[in-house]
Design a protein around this ligand. Sequence first.
Ligand code: ATP
Ligand code: MG
Length: 199
Amino acid sequence: MGGPRIGVLGGTFDPVHIGHLVAAVNARAALALDRVILMVANIPWQKTGMRTVSSAEDRYSLVAAAVGDVAGLEAGRLEIDRGGVSYTADTLVSLADLHPGASLFLIVGWDVAAELTTWERWEEIQQHATLVVVNRPGAGRPAGLDDNGWRVEEVTVPNLEISSTDLRERAATGRPLDYLMPVAAVHCLRVMDLYATGR
Ligand code: ATP
Ligand code: MG
């Protein structure tokens, strides 16, 4: 009791967008979390082989720019510093070691919540964290959330039909990114020249 309450919103963030940020701040407020870490995956095992993923450092820069000085939000580089393929189970174990007495909360959208039991050592995730499920357009609320033994909190957030996939397509075809990402993150993306046509 009384230890810090730490939220983790894991993702590829290729690129980060306001859907991620709105989910993070609303989960933080609803569950009185001290901080929410947007944890940048080093090598996202779900996405390798599917498409080219931007470098972890570039994705981290985008998240750091997006978070700026918003209270209680931070960009996390634990998975980058660990190297290799990123598994959330390892991340939660590290955080539990780093912050003894903390309560950990793993924040996921409906799309991810539906597939959690396919994740590496998901039972370990379950031991270390309360699952925080937020609504996401394009995916339905997964059934059976309570059946697999998770501690679950559901947080309703504004429905934002925004995805990194759409943002990459927008960038590649010269359509606007403004207001779908924080200004500083758009600037960072332009400077790094990410998602240009043909990539
Ligand atoms: P991609 O299209 O490349 O898969 P994405 O937009 O889904 O990107 P991810 O990095 O895959 O972003 O997602 C990280 C986490 O953020 C996941 O738990 C996902 O469900 C959640 N999330 C992403 N976009 C939204 C959104 N618009 N509303 C609520 N949750 C979201
Ligand atoms: Mg996704």
